[in-house]
Design a protein around this ligand. Structure first.
Ligand SMILES: Cc1cc2nc3c(=O)[nH]c(=O)nc-3n(C[C@H](O)[C@H](O)[C@H](O)COP(=O)(O)OP(=O)(O)OC[C@H]3O[C@@H](n4cnc5c(N)ncnc54)[C@H](O)[C@@H]3O)c2cc1C
Length: 268
């Protein structure tokens, strides 16, 4: 499941600190990170993601790799656990170059995930770091009718994609969230894009299952020109399989990214 990703030119390890932590809704915290090292950061928008470095419990300082290329990972993994930070993937939800700060929205899923636990408690002044990855939302020219599907982990990416979409874009976004109170009152999007919120509200299904079923059953969906799907790995592969098998999309019309796997920790 390797998506095509476009990488920004400027890729370096950037030390930051937490500037704010706001609980947006029961399941989401928006953390603002800032610092002078962000100067010159290429904020692409869309689903632009970063590797986020943050300290393990008990570490009193954050060690960051010194290598500004893909070798950062080997360098990090070679550190003893006592020094090695946690590393997870997150989407840059907003970037404000003038203030040298960016926002990341964390879907909180309890204390069993280090990133979720850290985000729930992070305070202004806490250290963090990022390394820019890239973005995979790459619709071909003329793809005016699109399908966007995600669970809560992909909500920041889909909201970011919709907020910069051309006014003439049409299509449908399926957004699965843990509960009704996580539904955003306003979604900045082109008029022709319909948004369907899918709150689990304690139904007990694993994240992504509702969205997968909604896409399978959507009567007026037809065959979009382009589809972007992200979230729990079965959601991503399931929607792709459905679009290729039942709606006869060419595989090239689909970007699908398993952001995480139910029951498995992300590596790093
Ligand atoms: C390119 C990319 C961009 C991403 N952007 C975002 C983003 O902007 N916001 C965001 O919240 N997530 C985002 N994710 C997903 C995030 O990286 C994963 O959810 C990650 O596993 C969280 O790390 P953790 O330390 O909390 O949990 P882990 O240690 O990785 O996992 C611990 C346990 O929690 C489960 N788990 C992991 N994530 C979730 C979840 N979201 N809901 C329920 N259970 C979960 C795992 O299955 C495992 O059982 C992105 C992933 C990728 C690849």
């Amino acid at each position: 499941m390797i998506p095509k990703v476009k990488r920004p030119g400027d890729r370096r390890v950037i030390p930051l600190e937490v500037r704010a932590n706001v609980r947006v809704s029961p399941s989401f915290s928006r953390l603002t990170f800032g610092g002078p090292a962000l100067a010159g950061f290429t904020g692409i928008g869309l689903d632009h993601s970063v590797r986020l470095f943050f300290p393990r419990a008990g570490q009193d300082r954050l060690w960051l790799p010194s290598l500004n290329n893909d070798a950062w990972m080997a360098q990090t993994m070679l550190q003893p656990v006592s020094r090695r930070p946690w590393v997870r993937n997150y989407t840059v939800y907003a970037y404000r170059p003038d203030e040298q700060e960016l926002d990341i929205e964390f879907a909180l899923h309890g204390d069993h995930g280090p990133a979720s636990a850290w985000a729930a408690r992070a305070r202004p002044g806490d250290p963090a770091g990022i390394f820019a990855e890239g973005y995979s939302y790459l619709p071909p020219d003329g793809a005016d009718r699109q399908l966007l599907v995600g669970d809560e982990s992909a909500l920041p990416a889909i909201l970011s994609i919709l907020s910069s979409a051309p006014a003439g874009l049409t299509g449908h976004a399926f957004l699965e969230v843990p509960e009704s109170a996580d539904i955003r009152e306003h979604v900045d999007r082109p008029e022709g894009v319909r948004v369907t919120w899918l709150p689990r509200d304690g139904s007990g299904t694993i994240p992504g299952a509702l969205a997968l079923e909604a896409v399978r059953q959507a009567p007026g969906l037809g065959a979009p020109d382009y589809a972007w799907i992200a979230g729990e790995s079965r959601l991503a592969t399931g929607v792709r399989r459905h679009l290729v098998g039942e709606r006869h999309l060419d595989k090239k019309q689909i970007a699908f990214i398993g952001y995480w796997r139910h029951g498995r920790s992300s590596p790093g």
